[in-house]
Design a binder for this molecule. Structure first.
Ligand code: SF4
Length: 149
C-alpha cells in the first residue's frame, strides 16, 4: 500500500494554531486505501499549540525557501526559522516512510498548495504555496490540497 504524507490536522490531531483539528469526511475519503503518515510541520518545527496565527509576508513558501520572504505571526514575531525546520522534518518523514505524494491542508502558510493567505491577516488569499508544500514539491513529492476544507 502506498504511503501518503497527510497534514496531521486533517487526521483529527488538534494541532492547528487555535488548538482544533480539521478532519473532514472528504479528506478521509481522499486517502482511503493508502498508508497515511500524519505530520504537522509547525509542531515539528518547535511551535506550541495553541499558537498565534502566522502568514507569509513578502512572497510565498517558495520565496521563503529562497530567502526572500518571511513568516510572521500576528504580533509581528518572525517564525521563519521554525517553519523552515518543520518543512525539513516533513521532507525527512516523507522520505523515511516512502511517501511520493502528500495531501495537505489548504491555505496554510506551511501546508497550503496553490493559494495561501496573503500576509494581511484579513482572510484574503493569494496565489502561492506554503513552506512545507514548496519544499516537498521541490523534492519530487506531489502535493495536493485536501478537498472539503
Ligand atoms: Fe495542519 Fe499543517 Fe497547520 Fe499543522 S502546519 S496545523 S498540519 S495546516
Amino acid at each position: 500500500m502506498e504511503a501518503m504524507l497527510v497534514s496531521a490536522c486533517l487526521r483529527g490531531v488538534p494541532c492547528r494554531f487555535d488548538g482544533r483539528h480539521k478532519a473532514t469526511p472528504q479528506s478521509a475519503e481522499a486517502v482511503a486505501g493508502r498508508t497515511v503518515v500524519p505530520f504537522c510541520p509547525e509542531v515539528a518545527g518547535g511551535l506550541p499549540t495553541p499558537r498565534r496565527p502566522a502568514e507569509l509576508v513578502g512572497g510565498d513558501g517558495q520565496d521563503v525557501l529562497d530567502g526572500t520572504a518571511r513568516v510572521v505571526d500576528d504580533t509581528g514575531r518572525d517564525v521563519t526559522a521554525e517553519f523552515l525546520a518543520g518543512a525539513r522534518r516533513a521532507l525527512e518523514a516523507a522520505r523515511r516512510t516512502g511517501c511520493t505524494e502528500a495531501l495537505l491542508m489548504p491555505r496554510s502558510p506551511s501546508c497550503g498548495r496553490g493559494e495561501v493567505y496573503d500576509g494581511s491577516f484579513t482572510g484574503a488569499l493569494t496565489r502561492g504555496d506554503g513552506v512545507t508544500a514548496a519544499l516537498l514539491e521541490r523534492h519530487g513529492i506531489a502535493v495536493r490540497p485536501a478537498p472539503g476544507v
